[in-house]
Design a protein around this ligand. Structure first.
Ligand SMILES: [Zn+2]
Length: 441
C-alpha cells in the first residue's frame, strides 16, 4: 500500500479528529479573539501538533484591533415599551452611556440600491434590515447606513429560530455607528408595530471597548525532501465567536487540518515540497491572521505553490477551485477519485482570499452548505452536536490526498500578478462590495 493510502486509511479509522474537535468546542469554547478561550485553543493546537511529530511548531504574533463586548440593550420605546434581546456586532461603537433614542426605518434588503433609495429617511434614524447571506452584507450595510447619516444599524436574523446572529460590522477597525442584531421574530414584531402605528421609536445602549491586541497564528511543518523552500500551505481559522462553540465555523475546519497534519506526519509521508500547516487567528475580525501571515512572510510569497483552506468542511467533502486558478482541476480531479465534482468559484470571505489577492494559487475544501446549517452559523446554535465525525474525516482525507499530489507536481499552477487579480475582481463585479467593506482603495 502507498504511504498516501495508509495516511488516508488512518484518518478513516482514527477517532483523533473528533477528539480534537470536541476539545476545541467543549474544553476551549468559542475562541473569540482576545479571550482566554482563544488562548486555550491556540495552546491545545500547538501541543497536539507537537505530539504528532510535526517540525517547527510555533506561534506567530499578529497585531489586531481588539474589541470587547460589555453589553447591549435594545427596546421598543414608542408606541409601547418592550425589551428586546439584542447582541452587539463586533466592532460596534459604544453609544453614550445614557443610550440613544431614535425613530426607526426598515430597509427590506441589505443592498446598496435599497439603502440609497431610502436615503431621505435614513438620516438621524436607526436602520433595521436583514443581516444578509454571508459575512459581507453586515459590513456593507454598516458602511451605507453610516454614510447616509444613520444613528445606528439593527440587523435581524434571516431565518426564524436563529436568535441574534453574531458577526463583525467592520473589519479590524471600529464601526462609526452602533450595530446590533436581533432575532427574525423580533424584527417582524417591530415591523408589524411600525405598520400598525405609522412609526416606532427604539432606545438602545451599547457598551464596548477597543484596544490594540496581539493574537497568534499556529504554524507547523512537514519539511520537504527536495524543494524545502517551496511550500503547500494548508490552513483553517481557529477563532470563533464568544456566544457559541463556533463548531461548524470553524472548529470543524481546525480539527480537519490538524488531522491531515497528524496522518501525514505519523505515516512519515515526506513530500518533495514542504507542507506548512497554519491555523489562522482572527479570521472573523476580517481575515486578520491570514493577512498578518502574508505581511510577515512577504519574501516567501513566490515560494507558496498552493494555499488551501477549509472553513466549514461539510459533507460530502469536495475541492473548490478559486478563480482564476482553474489549472488545478487536473491534479485535483484525479485526487477526487470519483468522489464528486470539483467546483469553481471566487470566494472573498475566508483566509484564502488575502493569498489569492497576492496572486498565489488558492483553493478550498468543503461540502455544499445548505439548510439549517446556513441558518445557525454565527449563532448560539453552532455547537458540537451539529458536526458528525465523518465530516472531519472526509475533508481530512481529501486534504491529505491533495497535499501529497500537489507537493510533488512540477508546477501545480502559475502565480498571477496582483494586477491580474485586481482586473479579475473588477471584471467579475466584486469591487463595489470590497469598497463598501473597506478593503479596496
Ligand atoms: Zn469561518
Amino acid at each position: 500500500m502507498s504511504t498516501k493510502a495508509k495516511a488516508v486509511g488512518d484518518i478513516w479509522s482514527s477517532g483523533e479528529s473528533y477528539r480534537n474537535f470536541l476539545d476545541l468546542c467543549d474544553e476551549a469554547g468559542g475562541r473569540f479573539t482576545g479571550t482566554e478561550s482563544e488562548t486555550k485553543a491556540r495552546d491545545l493546537i500547538a501541543a497536539r501538533l507537537d505530539d504528532y511529530g510535526l517540525s517547527n511548531v510555533h506561534l506567530e504574533p499578529v497585531d489586531y484591533l481588539s474589541w470587547k463586548r460589555i453589553g447591549a440593550k435594545l427596546k421598543l420605546a414608542c408606541p409601547m415599551n418592550r425589551d428586546l434581546d439584542s447582541l452587539a456586532f463586533t466592532y460596534s461603537s459604544p453609544t453614550p452611556q445614557e443610550g440613544l433614542e431614535t425613530e426607526l426605518v426598515f430597509i427590506s434588503e441589505p443592498t446598496r440600491d435599497a439603502f440609497y433609495d431610502a436615503s431621505d429617511r435614513v438620516d438621524g434614524r436607526a436602520v433595521l434590515t436583514y443581516v444578509g447571506n454571508g459575512v459581507g452584507p453586515a459590513c456593507q450595510s454598516t458602511h451605507w447606513a453610516s454614510d447616509l447619516g444613520a444613528e445606528a444599524l439593527i440587523l435581524m436574523a434571516n431565518s426564524y429560530r436563529s436568535m441574534q446572529p453574531a458577526g463583525s460590522c467592520r473589519w479590524n477597525q471600529p464601526s462609526p455607528i452602533p450595530v446590533m442584531s436581533i432575532s427574525r421574530e423580533d424584527g417582524e414584531y417591530i415591523n408589524r408595530i411600525n405598520d400598525a402605528h405609522g412609526s416606532v421609536t427604539v432606545r438602545f445602549t451599547v457598551e464596548s471597548e477597543t484596544s490594540e491586541g496581539i493574537s497568534h497564528n499556529v504554524v507547523a511543518d512537514i519539511p520537504g525532501r527536495e524543494r524545502q523552500d517551496e511550500q503547500v500551505i494548508i490552513g483553517a481559522h481557529y477563532d470563533g465567536f464568544d456566544i457559541a462553540q463556533s463548531a461548524i465555523d470553524n472548529a470543524s475546519g481546525t480539527a480537519t487540518v490538524m488531522e491531515a497534519a497528524r496522518a501525514l506526519s505519523q505515516n512519515r509521508l515526506e513530500c518533495e515540497r514542504t507542507l506548512r500547516f497554519v491555523l489562522f487567528a482572527a479570521e472573523e475580525l476580517g481575515m486578520v491572521g491570514s493577512q498578518g501571515y502574508l505581511d510577515a512572510h512577504k519574501a516567501e510569497t513566490d515560494d507558496i505553490s498552493v494555499m488551501m483552506t477549509t472553513d466549514w468542511p461539510g459533507y460530502p467533502a469536495r475541492y473548490g477551485l478559486q478563480l482564476p486558478f482553474t489549472e488545478l482541476e487536473a491534479p485535483l480531479g484525479s485526487s477526487m477519485q470519483g468522489r464528486g465534482e470539483v467546483s469553481t468559484g471566487l470566494g472573498m470571505y475566508s483566509d484564502h482570499f488575502p493569498f489569492m489577492r497576492k496572486g498565489v494559487p488558492t483553493m478550498w475544501i468543503g461540502g455544499q452548505i445548505t439548510g439549517r446549517d446556513l441558518e445557525i452559523y454565527h449563532t448560539v446554535f453552532d455547537t458540537a452536536d451539529k458536526v458528525p465525525p465523518r465530516v472531519l474525516q472526509d475533508s481530512a482525507m481529501l486534504i491529505t490526498s491533495a497535499a501529497v499530489d500537489l507537493a510533488k507536481m512540477d508546477r501545480p499552477a502559475e502565480h498571477r500578478t496582483e494586477g491580474d487579480i485586481g482586473r479579475l475582481l473588477e471584471e467579475t463585479g466584486r469591487t463595489a462590495a470590497l469598497k463598501a467593506e473597506g478593503r479596496w482603495d
